[in-house]
Design a protein around this ligand. Sequence first.
Ligand code: DQA
Length: 139
Amino acid sequence: MKKLIIINGPNLNLLGKREPEIYGSETFEDYFEKLKVKFNYFNIEYYQSNIEGELIDKIQEVGFSYDGIILNAAAYTHTSVGIGDAIKAISTPVVEVHISNTFAREEFRHQSFISPNAKGVILGFGMSSYDLAIQSFIV
Ligand code: DQA
């Protein structure tokens, strides 16, 4: 069974109550329970941190043994050379995910330190962006 992990960055622990007009009204925990049932042929873990170094630690920890990382680095996407370098350093493929269409938003969200080192990028499909990213590991 393929081993995947969803890693969420800062403020994504507030999904459900954070700017629902942009991010929806479902908590990630509720969504994740449904996701595990839907993709029960994958072993899917979930990790969230608001702290840049903790995200890097987790990427390093799983990045040589897991089959895939689905990463929503949230605001760190646009600022973190360190997370970008961590993705370059590991062997596990990373799919970058965003709930919102970052290109339809402020200009500072158009820059990503993740994309150049990601296997692919999925954004703008609401929570379904995570579904689509997981589907990419079926093949
Ligand atoms: C986000 C987009 C980022 O620009 C923002 O900072 C987030 C969430 C998204 O999933 O749409 O926190 O990554």
